[in-house]
Design a binder for this molecule. Structure first.
Ligand SMILES: *Cc1c(COP(=O)(O)O)cnc(C)c1O
Length: 391
């Protein structure tokens, strides 16, 4: 097929040329004397992206799921109770991982398309006078539904109640795209992965750890070996890793951090906000509905779009790929067949976003959804023109 694939799933995302070139290097000695000089600044730079000066950021060779496991196994003990709201497939999978690790998971069932239920969390935590709940989990950006939750709101509840539970946040599809303030929000564990906001291949699980979480790791009893924070921190101190690091990816990480800082993090966040809004304007012009139930939950990185009754969104996603080489995200679990997703995160500019909307519009019409030709494109174009940053 001539031309290129249009990758608009919510991760893996498009990889910038500069990142790709930075990884086109021969393999190296990971024990060479000057390796730490290139590693040590990475930890400081990652802390900027996570919004922490007091915590640590650790780089594991794994996907984001390994980061979840690292966060939990280092800070909790068998049978510990954890609270998690099931708001979509990714929060479901994290709860499931907790269960497999032998934690006592208290799941709050929520309608998919809603965010972390603050009032419900408050009730449960208020009733937990004995502080049996050791960790409160929250999925910052639920990639299945296109919902961003209020993490600072969860922190305020814990503070109001003087509840000592750790606050563990899945930021895999938000960190590096949507502002994340680990210190200001009192996040104890924050998990990211390399193939979303960091615009890299899959393979790094990046975990932010607060001082309080580090303290917990000294007494936590869950089994861990590969993911042990202690081994990692001892070696990282000198700029080393306890095992062969994913050096090639780490070259890419250096370059992706350079790109984020050159653009400026506030500008990166503003760009993602604009692109999310452009896609939502198109969805409104198509007279389709988002899965997200309320504007306060709209995600800057992914839009989950409902298809009309009688249309199979799985077929739509397959058609987009087969006919136009456009990769859209499908509906996951209970949303299979009912929604499709446009990922708008990472290395994107205005015209790329418009191209995804143009392609989606063609696909919708091919699949019998009678949207007005050009309506979504026009709505997005006009919004992107009007909102273009001026200074
Ligand atoms: C992608 C994603 C994950 C899973 O990450 P993997 O790298 O696939 O292990 C977890 N949580 C969220 C919110 C995600 O978007």
């Amino acid at each position: 097929m001539p031309g290129r694939n249009f990758l608009f799933i919510p991760g893996p995302t498009n990889m910038p040329e500069r990142v790709r070139r930075a990884m086109d290097v021969p393999l190296e000695d990971h024990r060479r004397v000057d390796y730490p000089a290139s590693v040590l600044p990475l930890f400081e730079d990652l802390k900027r992206v996570f919004g922490t000066t007091t915590g640590k950021v650790l780089i594991f060779s794994s996907s984001g799921t390994g980061g979840w496991e690292a966060a939990l196994t280092n800070t909790l003990s068998p049978g510990d109770r954890v609270l998690q709201a099931r708001i979509g497939q990714f929060s479901h999978l994290w709860a499931e991982l907790c269960r497999r690790l032998g934690l006592d998971v208290q799941v709050v069932e929520c309608e998919w398309g809603t965010g972390v239920p603050l009032e419900h969390y408050r009730e449960i935590l208020t009733a937990d006078k004995q502080h049996a709940i050791k960790a409160v989990l929250a999925t910052h950006n639920e990639t299945a539904t296109g919902v961003t939750s209020d993490i600072h709101g969860v922190r305020k509840i814990l503070d109001d109640l003087k509840h000592p539970a750790l606050l563990c946040v899945d930021g895999v599809s938000s960190i590096g795209c949507i502002e994340f303030k680990m210190d200001a929000w009192g996040v104890d564990l924050a998990v990211a992965g390399s193939q979303k906001g960091f615009m890299l291949p899959t393979g790094l699980g990046i975990v932010g750890v607060s001082q309080k979480a580090l303290e917990s790791s000294k007494t936590a009893q869950l089994r861990r070996a590969y993911f042990d924070f202690g081994d990692m921190l001892r070696m990282n101190e000198g700029g080393w890793f306890p095992y062969t690091p994913a050096m090639t990816l780490i070259h890419g990480l250096r370059e992706s951090l350079n790109l984020l800082f050159e653009e400026g993090l506030p500008n990166v966040y503003a760009r993602h906000h604009r692109f999310g809004e452009a896609v939502r304007r198109a969805v409104a012009a198509w007279e389709l509905k988002l899965c997200a139930k309320d504007p306060k939950w709209y995600s800057s990185t992914v839009s989950t779009i409902c298809v009309p009754e009688g249309i199979d969104s799985g077929k739509l996603v397959a058609h987009a790929y087969q006919r136009y080489n456009l990769s859209l995200g499908s509906g996951l679990a209970q949303l299979a067949g009912k929604v499709f997703r446009i990922g708008h995160l990472g290395d994107l500019n205005e015209l790329m976003v418009v191209s995804a909307i143009a392609g989606t519009e063609m696909v919708l019409r091919d699949c019998g959804i009678n949207v007005v030709p050009g309506s979504g494109v026009a709505a997005a174009q006009e919004y992107l023109r009007a909102s273009f940053p001026t200074s």
